[in-house]
Design a protein around this ligand. Sequence first.
Ligand SMILES: Nc1nc2c(ncn2[C@@H]2O[C@H](COP(=O)(O)OP(=O)(O)OP(=O)(O)O)[C@@H](O)[C@H]2O)c(=O)[nH]1
Ligand SMILES: [Mg+2]
Length: 279
Amino acid sequence: MTCATDFAQDDATPLTESSMAPHGLADATSTGELVSIPSPASRVGNPDVSIVLATYNERENICDVIRGIFEHVSGDVEVIVVDDDSPDETWKLVEQMDDERVKLIRRVSTRGLASAFNRGVIESRGNIVGWMDADTTMPVELLAKMIEQLSRHDIAVGSRYAEGGSDSRHWVRTFASRLINSFAGVVLGYGIRDYDSGFIVLRRSVFDKVSIIPTGYGAYFMEFLFTCRRKGLSVVEVGYGFTDRTKGYSKSAPSAIKFLWTGAGYVTRILIARLRHID
Ligand SMILES: Nc1nc2c(ncn2[C@@H]2O[C@H](COP(=O)(O)OP(=O)(O)OP(=O)(O)O)[C@@H](O)[C@H]2O)c(=O)[nH]1
Ligand SMILES: [Mg+2]
């Protein structure tokens, strides 16, 4: 079974270091991490754009998202997938795409959203770097418009709450998200409407000034934007219509308790971000 056919689970053989090299080098690190990297001969120079996707059990979505990125972003583009050894073998579908523009990092002993994006960013080589969810809720079509904004700004954020944006999820989730964003506005400063967007492209030079603090779930994003603004970087929001995922399951809100726990994590991180930056 590959991305080209259907998404039924196959009885695949477990990945081994040697089976991990469809188009290049395979590397097993001391942490047991497996990295599939296009062979140097197949890539000359750096890509223009790197888009990082963090995945955990996204086998029904991952291929559409990757294909969509290549379809809608022009120039030399690389996609970096950081998968935390998904039990549904998302990583295997990526591997089977056998596309030299796609780099797969399968972390077998680490789990976490912020650290996954950070890892992808470290591996990226594009002058423009971006990251987004791999659940089709964030439209790949918006990437070109966001990238366009980088001629005038350092950072472009896909925004549900800026002009032209909308959020069509269940009202409880939209309400919670708006509440957290309002709180973030009060504590971290107004001017950003979608602090926890998680959908971003930026100039590589941003990383000369700001790093992702790679702990926790999606709340890292608010602290990242907050620090970027404090360092004088310009952030623009590009509105888009956010739709709920249609395939797979939510990792932040699979149950009411997890939803509340995630929300509490956001509130705590907003306060920590503010305290960390008292000077
Ligand atoms: N590598 C990695 N990716 C993760 C992890 N948790 C979630 N993800 C991915 O991060 C993205 C966001 O997760 P979602 O499940 O969509 O969470 P959410 O966006 O808060 O919730 P919904 O969109 O409502 O489902 C998706 O692409 C997930 O597959 C993780 O622990 N490790
Ligand atoms: Mg999502």
